[in-house]
Design a protein around this ligand. Structure first.
Ligand code: HEM
Length: 560
């Protein structure tokens, strides 16, 4: 009997180690059927081979799974793991479930800051994931001859969305950069200087509507929410020739709520891409918030296609309506749907966050708000000056310093611009670090932006003057301003294609808000105002925010 027990135990261990090897080598992450087979086949085969009673199978399965878990954990913590040389806390090395949990909680930005302070520029944050707060590494990995996005982008793949511009650049695609370049070319058409100028036909009325609506509100108002309505409506204009109108109905359809609801799940599933197909195959998956959002966007595309191209909006280019040659291939309907879905989210929440954080920083620094207002008044309070003049706004030094400084301290994409080393690539050696195939790396703009190696002194403080190299009032610490360490829009061929449009929106809205209104925080105690705002920030890749309650009083220029 004893002999059988030891033979049985040995075979359980061998079965579990072999299963671990198969997972590790072939990564059948998207095939739940293979999982089921690997979890159950070895114990069943063992019972059959040793002529054990079938009633022993459940216990054998348990032993198999327990040994498998032990083998996985031991390997991930062992010096034999290919990322063993990257420092990091044990809890995060053991399983991606831990970083996924932090992503659901929304305090990833605090965690990443803490981890990088403790472990240095590169930290292991998962079984095959690192966070890399190094501008040099970011530039190489995201640059022209860099790497594709990591496999985590498979999270965004569903049967309805077979690949947006984001996922087209991901490591699981064959020839990711080629597929992406083709998509990107259409997007790039949509955001040339000329195309952005043409957007003014619908952008300027939207800005006007926003400023009018916020002025009409009685008492305090959540300005962050109104910025969200504005950017969302503007995305409706950009892609569907209008129709969202949240500024009027204050999100009657609850679309912001849907985005807020799916943000934590999407942020965490990025680290568990194998879980997405399982969840999507479960009953009720159709009612998941993300699916509701996809259906909403698909309906909007239906409407826009029916209406035809009355304006040269972003949709016009992304859907290939600008291509006159009938023989040239046009994007499929599925590609249009998924690109538009990406655009709506990528272009609304980010810009709204940047504007809300700019106002927060200005309210926390009344002297700087005053300085900005002086610059704006001096520029605009003259007859015949076009307050919307794009070139003039782009040249206002203090306005741009305030926006850039906000994007530095509070980048809307806080902690994860992702890249991955594809399977079969042969690993990479960058900035003195070796990373093997299948490593996913997160470049965390927030941490890089606050690194004194790139911005000093006071890298954690909002100090627009650093952008003007105005060092007055600083201590004897060296002044460092290394813009290689500034990447709110990322860098390289997959960086933010909407960057110039976003800057145009932000310059218009912030300058007009400050010009027309006296803005004050509803909370009188600045410490409490700051505490509440920081506590409300939730980094789910999409940056969720608490209320930004302010009081607005119309002003005539030069009143203070
Ligand atoms: C302050 C505002 C914005 C910020 C901070 C921002 C930031 C980013 C970042 C960090 C990326 C990821 C790039 C990478 O993986 O390397 C990105 C990609 C992208 N953004 Fe933005 N974004 C903003 C506004 C916009 C706007 C207004 C649009 C237009 C609708 C837009 C459309 C896109 C698209 C389509 C991509 C994917 C680009 C590609 O894969 O080639 N973004 N953005």
């Amino acid at each position: 009997m004893e002999k059988y027990v030891s033979r049985e135990s040995t075979l359980v261990v061998l079965g579990a180690v072999a299963t671990h090897f198969i997972f590790n080598r072939f990564e059948p992450v998207y095939r739940p059927s293979v999982w089921v087979f690997l979890f159950f086949a070895p114990p069943v085969a063992l019972a059959w081979g040793l002529h054990l009673p079938w009633t022993s199978v459940p216990l054998l399965v348990l032993k198999h799974l327990a040994t498998l878990v032990f083998s996985v954990v031991a390997y991930r913590l062992s010096p034999f793991h290919p990322l063993a040389h990257i420092p990091g806390p044990l809890s995060l090395k053991v399983s991606n479930l831990v970083i996924a949990y932090h992503s659901v909680r929304g305090k990833r930005h605090d965690l990443m800051e803490k981890l990088h302070r403790r472990y240095g520029k590169i930290v292991r944050i998962g079984s095959d994931n690192v966070s890399w707060a190094d501008a040099e590494a970011a530039k190489v990995c995201m640059g022209n001859k860099g790497l594709p996005r990591s496999v985590g982008y498979a999270t965004a793949e569903t049967s309805e969305t077979p690949g947006s511009i984001m996922t087209a650049y991901a490591a699981f695609y064959p020839e990711p950069t080629k597929v992406h370049a083709e998509r990107r070319a259409r997007w790039a058409h949509a955001f040339t200087s000329k195309a952005i100028r043409e957007c003014d036909t619908f952008l300027l009325p939207r800005v006007e509507r926003l400023l009018k609506k916020v002025g009409e509100q009685q008492g305090s108002l959540d300005l962050g929410k109104w910025f969200g309505y504005f950017t969302f409506d503007f995305m409706g204009d950009l892609f569907f020739d209008g129709g969202f109108d949240m500024l009027n109905d204050q999100d009657e359809d609850g679309l912001w709520k849907i985005i807020e609801d799916f943000a934590p799940a999407i942020a965490s599933l990025y680290y568990l891409p194998w879980l997405t197909p399982i969840l999507l195959s479960m009953p009720g998956a159709d009612d998941a918030p993300i699916q509701k959002f996809f259906r909403f966007a698909i309906k909007c595309v239906d409407g826009r296609l029916k209406k035809g191209n009355t304006v040269k909006d972003a949709f016009y280019y992304i859907a290939g309506e600008h291509v006159e040659d009938e023989n040239k291939p046009k994007p499929s309907r599925a590609v249009i749907d998924s690109d538009v879905q990406t655009g709506i989210i990528g272009g609304s929440d980010t810009t709204a966050s940047a504007m809300a954080n700019t106002v927060f920083c200005l309210l926390m620094n009344p002297d700087k708000l005053k300085k900005l207002r002086q610059e704006i008044d001096a520029t605009f309070y003259r007859e015949g000056v076009d307050q919307n003049d794009s070139a003039r706004l782009a040249e206002l030094p203090y306005l741009n310093a305030c926006i850039n400084e906000t994007l530095r301290i509070f980048p809307p994409v806080q902690t994860r611009i992702s890249r991955g080393v594809p399977r079969g690539y042969g690993g990479i050696h960058v900035a003195g670090v070796y990373l093997p195939d299948n490593t996913s790396m997160d470049f965390p703009p927030r941490v890089i932006h606050r690194d004194p190696d790139y911005f000093s002194p006071n890298p954690d403080s909002w100090w627009p003057e650093r952008w003007l190299a105005d060092t007055s009032g600083t201590t004897e610490q060296p002044f460092i301003m290394n813009v290689d360490g500034f990447m709110p829009f990322s860098v390289g061929p997959a960086n933010c294609v909407g960057r110039n449009l976003a800057m145009r929106e932000m310059r218009l809205v912030i300058s007009q808000l400050v010009y027309r209104y006296d803005v004050r925080a509803a909370e009188k105690d600045p410490q409490e105002f700051q505490r509440k705002w920081l506590a409300g920030l939730q980094d789910h890749q999409i940056l969720l925010k608490g209320p930004l309650d302010v009081l607005l009083t119309p002003r005539s220029p030069n009143t203070n």
